[in-house]
Each structure stands twice: as structure tokens, then as C-alpha cells.
Design a protein around this ligand. Structure first.
Ligand code: BGC
Length: 746
């Protein structure tokens, strides 16, 4: 290869969304609406490869000029919903279906899974991510990746790393201790790398301790490749040339593909080599990795893309996985409905405009979305025609109004960027009273939309707005007066406030944004066709501000320089930093250690049956892993699945520890009443260790540890001690914070 060809191979093309003229490559329109491409070099038989968002399905343009053919893709459950299944086999199946649609639509890589941590419930992209826990994140991601890659398509695990906020996301400096970085923000990626070898990883936009991830040698080479042995390629998140970050330093750092690249970057690489500022070894190393990636792709292997995914088969997978990811938060015995409920009054605009996924690059354009109305109809439950009429008319009006009033700079609020959420309307008590007469029960859907580019607001997005609050209170009062039940369905990608209103309804089902079969999945659960088995993968706090990270989310306000942008206050890029003062105390690690009350704890989720845990056995297998065995028995009257969660409680030692940390989990098969299953969970010793900054190493101190098994972090059924010998694992000593962080300590 000539130097010019090598340089070209490292600089990717973008899609038409970003304006193909400004970027490299004539391949931009290979698949309309795909996010980008790697460059073709026809002389050498190197084809372009196509990169598409991600992660909840293939995001390409659903229609193309000059043809009646459509290119819709299955909308699978969002990341949070998938993780809430705690079922790695099922997530692997979803990955397989997504991998299949990726290659059937002539793409090579799906830009997912999204693996950032739910550091704070207000992050706009939490819906794409899995959990506040890094191990759960890593295992769910590995299952997804193994599923996609078994189909012969690739993934891009993103956003590497510490990209936990959208505000000023392209340049915020995430200042974090080495310990919190290793134990929390990087651990999930490490597990995914070791367990599933992703073809590609996407470097995040933000800085970590003063250095952009994209040009961060510590991150992309020392940690990713030297410590973890990663063999695939790294690509940038979608930014092109960055102020203050030369492309040659990105190449040197171990970033193999600039996305979307610009011609000037090719020139810079060539010039860098000629002037001795960039070594030929660095270029050759990245080129080799690119070639190793390309030969694996469907494009290189001339896969005959059909443009016709098997929607029927994939609809069944999305329906089933949503059923397992939906979490029953409250049930006073009203659910499941056993035939007595024939007519339901459906309240809330999202009952009729059900949100299948979030907005931004993480949206998918599905062929249809089953809303609550249709889902209930499919199981023979009818609903109020008056309410249907009111809400349908309102939605038509709200859609037009919303787009007419949208500021042009709010690109994420266009319909091409996903379904939008319209403000809830008030329904007069007199109208509610009329519905009580005609219906056997009421359902209120509370919807929330969020996505790329903007974080969530506490008052209008975490909390309920006044119209929603009065709807819940008025409907509950009216229906309860007649002895009729009310169910609230939460149709949101992330956590909302529940403490102030959860006393009113009879049952609450957190449906997340469960993909295009959402209404069918919910109907399966309401009618007891499927027994809920989803468990929360993040704590639901009483108030958003209960999380210690709120103090520094989305950044250090005192240090902001504000400008007015599209009506919102936005920080001027580059002026923000986020001190991770809460350090390792993210999510339940904080709430459980500091004994704070929560609305729903990490790992929580109800079932229509009951389970008992017994026979906990723990043993160390050499000094390599710990084997946990526990028997789960269905002690209730209907079939169901249960998740056994294993938490580790450390003895007092040299390193400060959270009160407990999730170290393993397993889900039972469907157990009939009275049936038992013994689960065996193997936990590598290295995952029990904490990060010791002083020694730049993973350290498991010798001592007697307690293994606690239960079905939420606050509902532990059994504990058992185990004596463990010291375990250490040296790492590179990198990613040090440059300023003191004023860390929260126990
Ligand atoms: C997002 C990525 C996405 C990429 C391509 C970026 O703005 O952060 O998650 O994959 O765009 O659409």
C-alpha cells in the first residue's frame, strides 16, 4: 500500500445526514441513512464497510427516493429494558436478530451496544445504556455482542468512556479518580472486551482528566490494549476534526478510524509521516488492524444483502424480550387480569402514541408500533371510544404544533430523530366520571422521551407535571369509588419520580420503551400470559437530587460560561468540567452504604408468584473463581422466572468499600408452582477485586467475605462466608486526575 492509501484507510466517510460533500469518500450513500463508512480502496480490492446506528435496531432511512420499497427495521427494546431482563441468553438472541438485520440491510457494523453507566438519572441517553452497575453492564453487553457477531456482523461498543452526560458532551472534562474509572466506568467495557471481543469500539467525545478520549493513549492503548488485550479497531465518535486535537495524535493514541473523516485529515497523516511527527509504525499498526477488521465484514465477504429482514421472527423476539424486561413495581393483587376485565378506559397520550424507543442516533424507524389500544384489542379487551377520539385528535394537533414551533437547531426533535413526546393534557373530572360507568378498569400511561444531545430536566421530565399528577389522582379517586382498579404504565427510557403518587394506583408497570411490539408485550403481562420477571438495573431514588452525583451533574455550574442557545441555557463548549466527587458511590453503592431510603432498590421487580431461595453453597475453585450455588423454588401458584443476585460484602481492610457490590447473577428457567432449580454462578476472582491506586493494581485483600444472595440489593435471602486469599493483578498506572476531586468518603 502506498502512504496515501494507508492514510485514506484511516479516515472514514460520513452519511448524507452530515452532508456528504464535506467528508471523505463517495461511499456515503451506499446505504441511505447509515451513519458512516470505512473507505474503499478499489485498486487493492478493499470494499467500503458500512456503519449504522444502533443500538436498539438498525437506523437507516426507511424510504429512498425513486423506489416504493421500504427499509424499516425492527425496533427492539431499548438498552435499559434489555438489561432489566437479567437474561443473557435472551439478550444474545436479540443481538442475533439485530446482527441479522444489520447484514440484511447491507451494513457491516451496528453502532452499539451503548455501555455508559447510569451515573445520574438525568442523563438524556440513559435509555441506550444498561445500568448503574458495571458488571451487569459488561455481561449484558457481552451477550449482545456475541449475538451480533455470531451472525457475522460487527458491533461498536460505545462510548468509550465516561460519557455519562449529554450537556457539553463533545468537550466536557470528566474528572474522575483512577479507582472510580477502573471499577465503574471502564469495568463494563473490560468485561465486554474479554468476553466477546467486539470488532470495534467507539471513543467518546468527552475528555477524561483533561484529555480527549479520542486522542488518549492511556485509554486507547495502555488500558484497552496493554491491560485488556483488545485486538479490534477503535473509531471516533462522529466529530471529524477537533479543535486542539491533531489527527496524528489520534492515530498515535490508537484510534484507527476517524469518523466522519475529512480530506484534510488524510493530508495531515501523510504530512505527519513525511515530517517525522507521526511514525510509520503507528500508521502500519492501525492499517493492519483496519484490514483485519475489513476481512471479517459482510461487505468483504460479498454477503448478498436481501433488504428484507424477517420481521415476523424478529417481532416475536422483541415481544418476548420486552416481556422479560418490563418491571412490575407495584401490585396490590389486581394483576393479572383473569377475564373479568372486558373494557378499559385508556388515559394518557402515550397510550395512543406509544414510545417504542428514544430519540437521536439511538432511534429506529420501525414498520409499526403496537400501542396500548392495539395491544389490548389483540387480547380481546376493548377501550373507550370517547377517550380514543379525544387523544387521537389531540395527538394530530400536537404533532403539527410541535414541529411548527420547533427551533430549527433542535435537530433531535424532528421525527427522523425518533418519536416525539407531546405535553399531557388535562381530562376534566366530569369526563373521567363518565368513563367509570363504561369501563371495568383504567390504565394511565405516563410517557417520557429523551435522547441524544440533551439531558433531562428534573421538574418536567423526572417529576410529573401537574396535568399528569391530577390525572392519576382524579382517575384513581373516580375508579376506586366504584371499586374498579387503576394501573399506571410507565413508558419511559429512564427513571422517574414515583414516591409522591405510587400510593394511588393499584399496580404500576415500568414498561420502559420496549420496542415496536410494546402494546402486545404489556398485554401479555396484564393478562398473565407472561409472568413479570424484569428487575431494575438502577436505583429509583425518591428525588433525583438524592443521587450524590447531582451536585456535579451535568457539570460544575460555577464554572460555566453561559450562552443562550435555542432558548436553553447551554454551556460554551470546553468550559465545563464534571468532578466525580461521589467517586465509587454511584447508584446502590451509595444508597446501600449510606442507608438512604429509595423508591425502588436496585435489582427490584415483582412477580405474580413467590420464590424461596435455599441451599446457598459457596466455594473457591483454585484461586481463579468462586462458585455460587443456590436453589430457587417457586412457592406460589403460577409459573414464573426469578433472578438470583449475588452481592459481595468485604471485610474491613486497607481499601474503603461500598457496603456491597453485585458480583454475579443468574435467571431461572420458567418454574412451575412447586418446582425448583439449582443455579450455578461462576465468578472470576479478578472480578471480586477493587482498584488500588497506590499500587496501580487490582487488589482482593485476604479475609473472610460474605456472599449475599437475594432478589434485590435490599432483599437478601441468604448469606454465606468464604475465606479468600489475596489476589493482585498489576495494571498500567495511567489516567490520573490533574486536579484534586474532593471525594465523598464513607
Ligand atoms: C453519537 C453516536 C452515534 C454517532 C453516529 C454520535 O453523535 O454519539 O452514538 O453512533 O453519532 O450517528
Amino acid at each position: 500500500m502506498t502512504l496515501e492509501e494507508k492514510a485514506k484507510l484511516l479516515v472514514g466517510g460520513a452519511n448524507n445526514f452530515f452532508g456528504a460533500s464535506a467528508v471523505v469518500g463517495g461511499e456515503a450513500d451506499l446505504v441511505a441513512g447509515a451513519a458512516g463508512t470505512s473507505p474503499a480502496i478499489p485498486r487493492l480490492g478493499i470494499p467500503a464497510t458500512v456503519l449504522t446506528d444502533g443500538p436498539a435496531g438498525v437506523r437507516i432511512n426507511p424510504t429512498r427516493p425513486g423506489t416504493d420499497q421500504t427499509f424499516y427495521a425492527t425496533a427492539f427494546p431499548i438498552g435499559t429494558c434489555l438489561a432489566s431482563t437479567w437474561n443473557t441468553d435472551l439478550v444474545r438472541q436479540v443481538g442475533g436478530a439485530i446482527g441479522n438485520e444489520t447484514k440484511e440491510y447491507r451494513c457491516d457494523v451496528i453502532l452499539g451496544p451503548g455501555m455508559n453507566l447510569h451515573r445520574n438519572p438525568l442523563c438524556g441517553r440513559n435509555f441506550e445504556y444498561y445500568s448503574e452497575d458495571p458488571l451487569l453492564t459488561g455481561w449484558i453487553a457481552a451477550a449482545y455482542i456475541n449475538g451480533v457477531q455470531a451472525e457475522g456482523a460487527g458491533v461498536s461498543a460505545k462510548h468509550f468512556a465516561v460519557n455519562s452526560q449529554e450537556t457539553d458532551r463533545t468537550s466536557v472534562d470528566e474528572r474522575v479518580s483512577q479507582r472510580a474509572a477502573r471499577e465503574l466506568y471502564l469495568r463494563g467495557f473490560e468485561i465486554a472486551v474479554r468476553e466477546s471481543n467486539p470488532w470495534t469500539i467507539m471513543a467518546s467525545y468527552n475528555q477524561i482528566n483533561g484529555q480527549y478520549s479520542m486522542g488518549n493513549h492511556d485509554l486507547l492503548t495502555s488500558i484497552l490494549r496493554d491491560d485488556w488485550g483488545y485486538k479490534g479497531i477503535v473509531m471516533t465518535d462522529w466529530i471529524g476534526i477537533r479543535d486542539g486535537l491533531p489527527t496524528i495524535s489520534e492515530v498515535h493514541a490508537g484510534n484507527d478510524l476517524m469518523e466522519p473523516g475529512q480530506p484534510a485529515q488524510i493530508d495531515e497523516i501523510i504530512k505527519g509521516v513525511k515530517e517525522g511527527k507521526l511514525s510509520m509504525e503507528d500508521v502500519d499498526r492501525n492499517v493492519r488492524r483496519m484490514l483485519e477488521y475489513i476481512v471479517k465484514t459482510p461487505s468483504f465477504q460479498n454477503y448478498p444483502a436481501s433488504n428484507k429482514p424477517d420481521f415476523k421472527a424478529h417481532a416475536a423476539i422483541t415481544r418476548q424480550s420486552a416481556c422479560e424486561g418490563i418491571v412490575l413495581l407495584k401490585n396490590n393483587g389486581t394483576l393479572p387480569w383473569k377475564g373479568g376485565i372486558k373494557t378499559v378506559a385508556l388515559f394518557g397520550e402515550n397510550s395512543y402514541d406509544f414510545l417504542s424507543g428514544g430519540t437521536g442516533s439511538g432511534c429506529v424507524h420501525p414498520p409499526y408500533v403496537v400501542d396500548m389500544l392495539e395491544g389490548l384489542k389483540n387480547v380481546g379487551i376493548s377501550s373507550s371510544t370517547t377517550l380514543t377520539d379525544i387523544y387521537r385528535k389531540y395527538i394530530d394537533y400536537a404533532r403539527v404544533k410541535f414541529q411548527a414551533e420547533r427551533h430549527p437547531a433542535k435537530w433531535f426533535q424532528t421525527e427522523m430523530m425518533g418519536q416525539q413526546k407531546y405535553p399531557e393534557i388535562a381530562i376534566a373530572p366530569i369526563a373521567i366520571n363518565k368513563e367509570v360507568q363504561n369501563a371495568d378498569a383504567a390504565i394511565i400511561t405516563i410517557g417520557r422521551q429523551a435522547g441524544e444531545g440533551i439531558d433531562r430536566d428534573i421538574d418536567t421530565e423526572f417529576n410529573l407535571i401537574p396535568e399528569e399528577r391530577s390525572l392519576i389522582i382524579n382517575v384513581c379517586n373516580a375508579f376506586h369509588a366504584e371499586g374498579k382498579p387503576v394501573i399506571v404504565i410507565i413508558n419511559s427510557g429512564s427513571v422517574i419520580e414515583t414516591a409522591s403518587w405510587s400510593g394511588y394506583p393499584d399496580a404500576i408497570l415500568c414498561a420502559w420503551q420496549p420496542g415496536m411490539e410494546g402494546g402486545n408485550s404489556i398485554a401479555d403481562l396484564l393478562t398473565g400470559k407472561v409472568n413479570p420477571s424484569g428487575k431494575l438495573t438502577m436505583t429509583w431514588p425518591i428525588a433525583a437530587t438524592d443521587h450524590p452525583s447531582t451536585k456535579n451533574f451535568p457539570g460544575n455550574i460555577d464554572d460555566y460560561t453561559f450562552q443562550m442557545m435555542v432558548g436553553n441555557k447551554m454551556p460554551i463548549p470546553g468550559h465545563t468540567y464534571t468532578n466525580h466527587e461521589e467517586d465509587i458511590y454511584v447508584g446502590y453503592r451509595y444508597f446501600d452504604t449510606f442507608q438512604k431510603n429509595v423508591s425502588y432498590p436496585f435489582g427490584f421487580g415483582l412477580s405474580y408468584t413467590t420464590f424461596a431461595f435455599s441451599n446457598l453453597k459457596i466455594k473457591a475453585l483454585k484461586n481463579e473463581s468462586v462458585e455460587v450455588q443456590v436453589t430457587v423454588k417457586n412457592t406460589g401458584s403460577v409459573s414464573g422466572k426469578e433472578v438470583a443476585q449475588v452481592y459481595l460484602r468485604a471485610p474491613k481492610g486497607q481499601l474503603e468499600k461500598p457496603m456491597q457490590e453485585l458480583k454475579g447473577f443468574a435467571k431461572t428457567r420458567e418454574l412451575k408452582p412447586g418446582e425448583s432449580q439449582t443455579l450455578t454462578i461462576n465468578i472470576p476472582i479478578r472480578l471480586l477485586a477493587s482498584f488500588d491506586e497506590a499500587g496501580s493494581r487490582w487488589l482482593l485483600e485476604a479475609g473472610t467475605y460474605t456472599f449475599a444472595v437475594g432478589n434485590s440489593s435490599r432483599d437478601i435471602a441468604l448469606t454465606a462466608p468464604l475465606k479468600l486469599a489475596e489476589y493482585t493483578e498489576a495494571t498500567t498506572n495511567v489516567l490520573k486526575p490533574k486536579t484534586p476531586l474532593n471525594l465523598l468518603h464513607q
